[in-house]
Design a protein around this ligand. Sequence first.
Ligand code: NAI
Length: 248
Amino acid sequence: MKKVILITGASRGIGAATARLAAARGYAVCVNYLKNRAAAEALVADIEATGGQAIALGADVAEEAQVVELFNSVDAQLGTLTALVNNAGILETQMRVDEMDAARLNRILVTNVTSCFLCAREAVRRMSTRHGGSGGAIVNVSSAAARLGSAGEYVDYAASKGAVDTLTIGLSREVAEEGIRVNAVRPGFIYTDIHASGGEPARVDRVKQFVPMKRGGQAGEVAHAILWLLSDEASYATGTFIDLAGGR
Ligand code: NAI
């Protein structure tokens, strides 16, 4: 069966590393991006240059109508979806809970949680044997923050990832008999541009001393776990988590 994967927020960081690895493993890849079309198209060109198949599709996955259109475009351009990686996510400037306003909280929750539900819904409608599908696998990109809480930095972000963990458990049980596995990875401090959004581009180097391994992680180290969870090698794994946090 042809393997077709959609990775949300894949123009850079963990999503981009996952897209490259998925293409190398024989998936036809949809690189979803929010704004940076040029980066997404450059990634697609790279994948094609190494003999892979990929397309770039812009969509804000926090917006229901755009999610529906994104999945319909994947159907039309790549064929039946077999894998989804809910990777898109944001964090905002570091602050305490007693400083956060509702607008910020809602941005975090809609982008990090609602998007995962909407994309999972569209994936299940295509993959589930209940809907005439042939099965598939979903991996949610959660965070070690869901376990640790991110005190003084972004408890809102950590709580949104806690919701992603609960989605992973609940959905995995809901569709376990329908040919779909749902799992998650929980990265720790990974070298990507997300930390600049929190106001501290060099955050990983500051905090790596608190990691038992005494180093930050690379996006590719997360991508390998994602691809394993999606693969047939993980055929009995559902509703489970791989912590990629250097022992933290
Ligand atoms: P990143 O900022 O490079 O990637 C996130 C991507 O999501 C960006 O390309 C962004 O444009 C996209 N995005 C944001 N909102 C979107 C929307 N509404 N629609 C479509 N795309 C959207 O950061 P990174 O680190 O690669 O993050 C990937 C995932 O990994 C995120 O869910 C993040 O929370 C998670 N993570 C990252 C860790 C780290 O230390 N870098 C640690 C734990 C989890």
